[in-house]
Write a protein that binds this ligand. Structure first.
Ligand code: ATP
Ligand code: MG
Length: 436
């Protein structure tokens, strides 16, 4: 007999013979009847054994099966008013494929209150809980929706090196590695390569890949290895074209999640709000809005996480949007390659995107004119010509372009209202964690 997945079974299958396989969630023995709650990757089902209906040795072994053992059950679908699904499986035969050790290192029941550190130590057992595995089913779908969106807009997917000789950002956040006796760095962003391949003539490129940051941050939004969604596009009018893409991308992704992840959203008790249009406010306007609520941001500083959180709340109230673009960041706070508008050399044509009060993206129009770029680099104490191939890419025909980087893990965290970004990634890396 072929295996059925639990979610495929329905009341209409009454009396049908089935074979199901999975993990044991629960066992209850009530004298002449015993219940097993069996779980597979799709759902759970109650299975029942009646003493006078099955072989004695099978009946007797049920109460001895440890929770989380892997078993297979042959039986018949029976409608039942008491069962949660309106039907259950009446057991005819049962086979233990692998007995679990006891006690379990972490509680795998949905009621579990295990601390996150312990849960991450045993992440594969943590995922035995349906509301945890639901996060990763949604994440997998979102990964696809994002690729679909970029492909539909004629972006070309690229994979760029993660072992590099250095990037365009300051070196402080790079992990140095020993590369056959030479110093190399793990890529802290694909920035140089994205620009390179726009200027290669591909014009529109995107990459969903690992990004490494050697920041010793112990926050609920920082990892040392995360998944970045990077894109870059040529022949833009200005940074608004880049924001248009993100606006459309987020709306598309959320709409798809809402439609195609219903069971997971239900398990996670999450409601998805698709914004109409993401509002765009300048950093100055954001400062004023914050000041009205009693939060003053010093002239020379960016909004801190607390201010970003408050701004998220203000925007939700004012524009009914979970998202907001904050634009025109000052030159001092942005890398040298961000373009400056003609009428205001103090700011950059850049933006941050906040989702429920946390930054999920930074983007900008890039300076594509070699001489101007060289000058801007100089103003920050950088010699463009010492940056090797980065300088070269602007010398042989360079079009106006811009792009952004989004944090995939943070998007999932914000979307599913998870407390910590570590909940949104299978195996987080942070300053304290290198295993499993
Ligand atoms: P933050 O100010 O929050 O540290 P950042 O401005 O340094 O972030 P960017 O260089 O703008 O980050 O990176 C682009 C995006 O990548 C960010 O908007 C964020 O969504 C994500 N990101 C950046 N750093 C991390 C990190 N350490 N862990 C997880 N996601 C990150
Ligand atoms: Mg940023």
């Amino acid at each position: 007999m072929e295996r059925s997945f639990i979610s495929e079974l329905t009341e209409k299958d009454n009396n049908k013979k089935v074979l199901v396989k999975g993990w044991v969630s629960e066992i209850r023995s009530l004298g002449k009847v015993q219940f097993i709650v069996l779980r597979d990757k799709t759902d759970s089902i109650q299975c029942v054994a009646h003493k006078d209906e099955i072989k004695e040795d099978i009946f007797n072994k049920i109460s001895k099966i440890p929770i989380e053992s892997v078993i297979e059950i042959e039986g018949k679908i029976k409608t039942s008013k008491q069962a949660k699904k309106g039907f259950e499986i009446s057991i005819h035969d049962l086979n233990v494929l692998s007995e679990s050790l006891t006690p379990l290192p972490i509680d795998t029941s949905e009621k579990s209150k295990t601390m996150i550190d312990k849960r991450l130590d045993y992440r594969f057992l943590d995922l035995r809980r349906p509301h945890i595995s639901a996060i990763f089913k949604v994440r997998s779908k979102v990964f696809n929706f994002i690729s679909n969106y970029f492909e539909s807009k004629n972006f070309v997917s690229i994979n760029t090196p993660k072992i590099t000789a250095g990037g365009v950002e300051s070196g402080a956040e790079q992990f140095a590695i020993d590369y056959f006796g030479k110093e190399a760095f793990l890529a802290q962003s694909p920035q140089v390569y994205k620009q390179m391949f726009v200027l290669s003539g591909l014009e529109r490129v995107y990459e969903i890949g690992e990004v490494f940051r050697a920041e010793k941050s112990h926050t609920t939004r920082h990892l040392t290895e995360f998944t970045g969604i990077d894109f870059e596009m040529g022949f833009i009018k200005d940074e608004n074209d880049v924001m248009d893409i993100i606006d459309e991308l987020m709306k598309y992704v959320l709409k798809e999640v809402k439609e195609k992840c219903r069971p997971e959203l239900e398990l996670l008790n999450v409601k998805i709000d698709v914004p109409k249009k993401i509002p765009r406010i300048t950093l100055d306007e954001a400062r004023k809005l914050l000041e009205k609520k009693g939060k003053k941001i010093p002239e020379k500083e960016d909004p801190d996480p607390e201010a970003e959180k408050l701004l998220g709340e203000i925007v939700k109230e004012k524009y009914d949007s979970d998202f907001v673009f904050v634009t025109l960041y000052p030159v001092e706070k942005r890398p040298f390659y961000h373009m400056k508008p003609k009428n205001n050399p103090k700011v950059t044509q850049s933006f941050d995107l906040l989702y429920k009060g946390v930054e999920i993206s930074t983007g900008a129009q890039r300076e594509h004119r070699y001489e101007v770029l060289k000058q801007q680099a100089k103003e920050k104490g950088i010699d463009l010509d010492k940056m090797g191939f980065y300088a070269d890419i602007f010398k042989y025909g360079s079009c106006p372009h811009g792009g952004a980087g989004l944090g995939f893990d943070r998007i999932i965290q914000r979307m599913l209202n998870l407390e910590n970004v570590r909940e949104a990634i299978l195996l987080p890396r942070d300053p304290e964690r290198l295993t499993p």
